[in-house]
Design a protein around this ligand. Structure first.
Ligand SMILES: *[C@@H]1O[C@H](CO)[C@@H](O)[C@H](O)[C@H]1NC(C)=O
Ligand SMILES: *[C@@H]1O[C@H](CO)[C@@H](O)[C@H](O)[C@H]1NC(C)=O
Ligand SMILES: *[C@@H]1O[C@H](CO)[C@@H](O)[C@H](O)[C@H]1NC(C)=O
Length: 283
C-alpha cells in the first residue's frame, strides 16, 4: 500500500517525464510537452515506468526489453579497485557562455543548449555546440540534468546527486555522457551560483532562458583529469546501449543551501545499480 501510494505520487508529480530528458526543448519559449519527451525511435507515448520499480522496466513494455536483457546496462558500481582510465582521454571545447533553457525535467533541474530556432530537427548544426573529443571522435553537448541520489556509487559511497552532461554525435544520436557527482561541502559552487533559482517539479513547463559558463563546472572536477570510463546505456527506459560513460573521480562540492535547493527541486531518480557484464571498464 505504501509502495503504491509512492508510485502514484511520483506519477502525478511528473506527468510528462519520460526517460532521461531528451533535451529537445532547445528552442526558446517552447514548453515541455509529452511529445517532446518521447524518446526518438520508440513508440512510447506515456510515462508507464517509475524509478521506484526500476527492477521491472524490462517487463512492462516490449520497447524496454534491453532494460532486462542488455549486457551493458547503466549505472554500475565503480571503485578505485577498477583503477582509473588511461584510454579515451577527453579534451574539451566548451568555450565561453552558452545560451540555453533552464527547467525541470520532472525529476530535477536541467538545462538544454539552445540552437537555431528555425532549424528543423534534422537540420540542427550540433557541431556548433560545446564539444569534447576522445580517441578520434567528437561529441556535442545537448544539455545536462541532475539525478538524486547519484546513479553511480564509488567504493560503496553514493553521492547526494549526479549531474549528467549528455552528448550526441554530429547527427544528433546520443553517444556519450559525462557524469559529475555532487555533494555538500563548505562553500558555494560558482557553477550553481550563476543559475536562476531552482525550478521545482510542480512547475513543469517553466523554462528560463539562461546563459551558462561551463568553466567552473569543469574546473571543479579538474577537467576529468581522473575518471572511470565504460560502455553503458541510458539509465532510464528504453535503456539504449552504445553510450560511452565518463565518470569524474573528483566530486563537485556545493554549499549546504545550494544542495538543499537542488534536492528540493528533485525527486527520487536513481536506477538500481546493474551487474557488471560487458561494460569493459577503463578498457
Ligand atoms: C571554441 O573555440 C575554438 C578556438 O578558440 C573554435 O575553433 C571553436 O569553434 C569554438 N567552439 C565553440 C563551440 O564555440
Ligand atoms: C585516430 O586516427 C588516426 C589516423 O586515422 C589513427 O592512426 C589512430 O589509430 C586513430 N586513433 C584511435 C584511438 O582510433
Ligand atoms: C550560497 O548559496 C546560497 C543558496 O543559493 C545563498 O543563499 C547564499 O547567500 C550563498 N552564500 C554565499 C556566501 O554566497
Amino acid at each position: 500500500m505504501l509502495f503504491q501510494s509512492i508510485f502514484l505520487a511520483a506519477a502525478t508529480l511528473a506527468p510528462t517525464a519520460l526517460s532521461c530528458p531528451q533535451h529537445t526543448n532547445a528552442k526558446r519559449n517552447v514548453h515541455l510537452t509529452t511529445r517532446q519527451q518521447v524518446p526518438p525511435g520508440t513508440n512510447v507515448t506515456q510515462n508507464d515506468w517509475a524509478y521506484e520499480a526500476s527492477f521491472n522496466w524490462g517487463k512492462i513494455n516490449p520497447d524496454y526489453e534491453l532494460c532486462q536483457t542488455g549486457t551493458q546496462q547503466s549505472p554500475i558500481a565503480l571503485s578505485l579497485g577498477n583503477g582509473l582510465a588511461l584510454n579515451h582521454v577527453p579534451t574539451f571545447k566548451y568555450n565561453g557562455s552558452i545560451a540555453g533553457n533552464f527547467y525541470n525535467w520532472g525529476y530535477g533541474p536541467a538545462f538544454t543548449v539552445a540552437h537555431d530556432e528555425k532549424a528543423a530537427e534534422e537540420d540542427i548544426d550540433w557541431t556548433s555546440h560545446p564539444s569534447f573529443t576522445y580517441d578520434n571522435e567528437t561529441v556535442y553537448l545537448k544539455g545536462w540534468h541532475i539525478h538524486a541520489p547519484a546513479d553511480h556509487s564509488v567504493g560503496g559511497d553514493r553521492s547526494k546527486a549526479e549531474l549528467h552532461l549528455v552528448h550526441v554525435d554530429a547527427e544528433g544520436h546520443e553517444a556519450a555522457v559525462m557524469a559529475i557527482r555532487l555533494d555538500p561541502g563548505n562553500s558555494n559552487s560558482t557553477f550553481f551560483e550563476q543559475l536562476p533559482a531552482m525550478i521545482g517539479y510542480t512547475e513543469m513547463g517553466v523554462e528560463e532562458p539562461t546563459t551558462v559558463d561551463f568553466a567552473p563546472l569543469l574546473e571543479s572536477v579538474l577537467y576529468f583529469n581522473e575518471f572511470w570510463t565504460y560502455q553503458g546505456s541510458l539509465t532510464s527506459p528504453p535503456c539504449t546501449e552504445g553510450i560511452r560513460w565518463f565518470v569524474a573521480r573528483q566530486i563537485l562540492f556545493t554549499g549546504v543551501d545550494q544542495m538543499r535547493a537542488i534536492l528540493g527541486a528533485s525527486t527520487y531518480s536513481a536506477r538500481a545499480e546493474q551487474e557488471v557484464w560487458q561494460h569493459r571498464i577503463n578498457e
